[in-house]
Ligand binder design. Structure first.
Ligand SMILES: Nc1ncnc2c1ncn2[C@@H]1O[C@H](COP(=O)(O)OP(=O)(O)O)[C@@H](O)[C@H]1O
Ligand SMILES: [Mg+2]
Length: 314
């Protein structure tokens, strides 16, 4: 079995000191780590700027070896609604922390929660305030209800600068021993707008074609926009096959992308999208199978639709 290395995990900083940029957040958190206590927090900012990374690094520094037992991560957009707050989060919050006087609930994309679920979350935050701290991450703090905001120290994450992207890309190029042309850093910034998750994925995909240049980076993203493919797959995974199929046809027909390129794009996303390892391996095999059929002259519409339907299976 091939060992799949996902660079976004491999290069995710483990310590607050290794985070790029966001100094205003990191400095404050380091001071709190020293004191051994933190308030509830709201992390607001665009995707791929370090919200999850910083929450994880904070937990590791606070709890050391016990970080796993004392830290729970939930993504509100996967498990939208009130049941996750009443079930999973509450169950975790009410059991005692281990080796420390509080535990941390990290709720990603908390602005995806319904208003009702946010109200329930607020009550949970109050009820377990003694033993549990909440770190909520969101794209827009305005989508989080006021009673939660007022219970949190709010941190606004900045989009990362061209220099930040360069620092991070250099770390990867050194770690992977890949050559990057001087103009490729700027291109990476322009393509991704300072979203380091996308930057890392684009870099990983591009480096599969050898040395990284500005041209190759643009070529990689022009093939099929990774976000579009991801969105299409996530739509199907969420059960909306029709919606996903519509996006597929948009890429094939309106954008005029080649079927082979879309399969490649799907293949790359298989290393990015969250799913069980078992399912991932099954889908990698399927992607290979459908790529072969396309090469044999199968119709892109039919073959890709069939591949897409594989994402409905869990
Ligand atoms: N400020 C940062 N410093 C270092 N790496 C970062 C930073 N922001 C994002 N990354 C990288 O990008 C990827 C996604 O980061 P993440 O923290 O999950 O973003 P989000 O803000 O969407 O939660 C990770 O691989 C992480 O290593
Ligand atoms: Mg995140």
């Amino acid at each position: 079995m091939v060992d799949i290395e996902v660079w976004t995990e491999k290069y995710r900083p483990q310590k607050l000191d290794d985070v790029v940029g966001q100094k205003h957040v990191v400095d404050r958190l380091k001071a709190w780590v020293k004191q051994g206590s933190i308030p509830n927090m709201l992390f607001a900012g665009q995707a791929g700027v370090g919200k999850t990374t910083i929450a994880l690094a904070l937990a590791k520094e606070l709890f050391g070896d016990h970080w796993h037992e004392n830290f729970q991560e939930t993504n509100a957009s996967d498990e939208r609604g009130i049941n996750v707050v009443r079930g999973k989060i509450k169950d975790f919050a009410r059991t005692l922390p281990i080796g420390h006087d509080f535990k941390i609930v990290f709720l990603d994309e908390s602005d995806a929660l319904t208003n009702e679920a946010q109200q329930a979350l607020r009550r949970t935050m109050e009820k377990y305030a003694r033993v549990c701290r909440f770190i909520l991450s969101c794209n827009y703090s305005s989508h989080v209800i006021e009673p939660i905001q007022s219970r949190c120290a709010v941190f606004r994450f900045k989009s990362l600068s061209e220099e930040d992207v360069k620092i991070y890309a250099e770390r990867i190029s050194k770690g992977e021993n890949i050559k990057m042309s001087a103009d490729s850093y700027k291109a990476l910034y322009e393509i991704t707008g300072g979203d380091l998750r996308t930057a890392t994925n684009v870099l990983q995909a591009t480096s599969a074609m050898g040395d990284v240049t500005k041209e190759k980076l643009y070529e990689t993203v022009a093939q099929a926009r990774p976000e579009d493919i991801k969105k299409m797959l996530e739509t199907v995974i969420s059960g909306d096959f029709k919606g996903g199929r519509k996006m597929l046809f948009d890429m094939l027909i309106n954008q005029g992308l080649a079927g082979e390129d879309i399969v490649k794009g799907i293949y790359r996303q298989l290393f990015v999208i969250e799913m069980s390892e078992e399912n991932r391996l099954r889908l990698i095999e399927k992607a290979g199978e459908y790529e072969f059929r396309l090469n044999q002259g199968g119709s892109p519409e039919i073959q890709l639709e069939a591949l897409l339907s594989q994402f409905l299976k869990k």
